[in-house]
Design a protein around this ligand. Structure first.
Ligand code: 5GP
Length: 123
């Protein structure tokens, strides 16, 4: 899928839409999800134009990949969730219900999060 620069996270990165920022550096921006599904629900996005993890792995420079994952770790540390625990998740494509076509990692925490996923059947 080609990257669509009009997606909502691209607009947040360009400052065209507001966000509740948690962290920003050269490689990544982290902000609170507009519709939180846990007491802590933060999104971490790379600054480059990547649709998914496959796109990112195939096309980002090693510094971008490293910088992004270091930012995810930094955000977890900053939020103070490392001891009690947290979950990170990245949806990609229709089977995963990816809504926004700019790579993002969800970070959930702040309460027991329950099972990883409900069991699903092939379909
Ligand atoms: P996806 O299903 O693509 O993994 O998740 C997209 C996430 O982006 C959803 O959790 C949704 O609530 C969040 N989201 C969508 N639009 C906005 C927005 O304008 N601002 C913020 N902060 N989050 C958004």
């Amino acid at each position: 899928m080609a990257y669509d620069p009009s997606n909502v996270f691209a607009r947040i990165l360009r400052g065209e839409l507001p966000c509740k920022k948690v962290y920003e550096d050269e490689w990544a921006l982290a902000f609170h999800d507009i519709n939180p599904l846990a007491p802590v629900h933060v999104l971490v996005i790379p600054k480059g134009p990547y649709v998914s993890m496959v796109d990112f792995g195939a096309n980002a420079a090693p510094e971008e990949v490293g910088g992004f994952f270091k930012a995810v770790a930094k955000v977890a540390e900053m939020l103070g969730v490392n001891e009690r625990g947290y979950r990170i998740l990245a949806n990609a494509g229709p089977d995963a219900n990816q809504e926004v076509p700019h790579l993002h990692v969800h970070l959930f925490a702040g309460a027991p999060l329950g099972p990883m996923l409900r069991r699903v059947s092939a379909g």
